[in-house]
Design a protein around this ligand. Sequence first.
Ligand code: PMP
Length: 355
Amino acid sequence: MFRFREGLEILKGYRAEEGAWRIKLDANERAGRFPAAVEEALRARLAALALNRYPEMSQQRLKGKIAAGLGLKPENVVIGNGSSELLAALCHTFGGAGRKIVVPSPSFSMYPVYCQLADSQPVRVALEDDFTLAPDKVAAAAQDGPASLVLVCNPNNPTGGLTPAAAIEQILRDVDCPVAVDEAYGEFSGQSALDLMAKYPRLIVVRTFSKAYGLAGARVGYAVMAEEIARAVEKVLLPYHVNALSLAAAETVFDLAGEFGPGLAETVAERERLAAGLGGIRGVTVFPSATNFLLFRTAPAAELVQELAAKGIGIRDFSRTPGLAGCLRVTIGTSAENAAFLAAVRDFFQGRCPS
Ligand code: PMP
């Protein structure tokens, strides 16, 4: 009936269950409240905003802060409405009809969608059976295409694994096109490709305020890249694409980034505790994670998700995703939330195999 744009019919929109969870462990958000100093600063800053004015067009304040922290220039930084917008913008910048973009699989489900939105063809490189990424396979797919962009998620969502820095460097060395490393969960891993920026001008590092810094609701991400690439990416972004409230929130959080240190360490410690607890349950396999979530595999995955939901606990079901049969992903919450989740999982398995 309607003449929608060609190609739209094959796109799958992003879908997430929006349950009113008592314990929400399904979206890899930061657990708990902001550190008190951050909350106070945010309140003061947001209250003082002149919302009758457009946001700062050039986003110089936030770019300047991010660049200074990395020893780069503001011209090396692009700000986005969440890192989602930047990932899509990179596909629009380097993609186009007949172009190929290499993406790992399984990985962040939106990569192929952003490729297709940019009329480009996603070329999927399957992870190994243990969910590690083989750099030579990525390089071969990129050179064979030849691809115009490589997207790597490190650490990878939803598997949680970290590709070593040497493997990322191998990809950069062996591939001729730009390589974007999505470090949405980088703060939890203690590793970043940012150190390789000076050596490889084709490297783009994408980060977000949504995860470690707890600003998922504000939608702010940033990407660091060569000036020439940044100028091109900014052409595909709309004017004022990041609103003033979000820019102010991100600036405030960036200034007080140190306040998040203890919470980050706590999340990592909780992750390890939860991994040990889950791993100790018969019938559950937990995969190594360098993020704020855990992927685990169990045969009765669908039943477990259902039972958790009945108890008001929301996690993410990947059990029907290609390559992830039987897999579920749980976000690391507060220690009370994690304990409640673990107790519910133990109850589920005890109920199934009475000893
Ligand atoms: N990359 C990865 C790997 C993600 O998991 C997410 C969010 N789930 C994003 C990017 C997008 O995050 P945001 O747009 O909130 O920055």
